[in-house]
Design a protein around this ligand. Structure first.
Ligand code: FES
Length: 169
């Protein structure tokens, strides 16, 4: 891991903060270290494809997670849902160089928050074969997950196994 890139990313994180007009939000927590990462996504249409217009995040405690999330939210701009879904923690943290073993889960937290947000988006989007009534149903109002700090008190107890837990909004 490049310490200079890490300190630059921490000193000037990109896309940090709640997105009030987001289309989807996902949150994960780590039972191991107690940290949480929340990611917001805003979509737009480009050349007939639904792509990510903007992404933002909040994270507590862990500088590596902040650095990876900062880079990931930049990387996500212009990507389709499918492209975003295929992004791995390794790809998102790649600009920092290989993460040391004890920090690998920090990147996985960011990936988990992204996947949780994409799952939330998929639940709101009518799939092929949906009934016309369902297809015409209005989208749910934008999520108002609020500040991550509020979730620290609401999150369900950590499971005894598994590395991440998804916090349902
Ligand atoms: Fe747990 Fe980084 S130490 S997210």
């Amino acid at each position: 891991m490049d310490p200079q890139l890490l300190s630059d990313a921490i000193a000037n994180p990109r896309n940090l903060g709640e997105m009030t007009d987001a289309d989807a939000v996902g949150t994960v927590g780590s039972p191991e270290c107690g940290d949480m990462v929340r990611m917001w996504l805003k979509f737009t249409e480009k050349d007939g494809r639904k792509v990510i217009d903007r992404a933002s995040f909040q994270s507590f405690g862990c500088q590596t997670a902040i650095a990876v999330a900062s880079m990931a939210t930049e990387m996500l701009k212009g990507r389709s849902v499918e492209e975003a879904r295929s992004l791995s923690a390794t790809e998102m943290s790649q600009p920092l160089g290989p993460l040391p073993p004890m920090k690998i889960h920090c990147g996985q937290m960011v990936e988990g928050a992204l996947k949780a947000a994409l799952e939330a988006e998929a639940r709101q989007t009518p799939q092929d074969g949906a009934t016309p009534a369902a297809a015409m149903a209005p989208l749910s109002p934008p999520p108002s997950a609020g500040h991550l700090a509020e979730s620290l008190g609401e999150a369900a107890p950590a499971p005894k196994s598994g590395k991440l837990r998804i916090v349902f909004e």
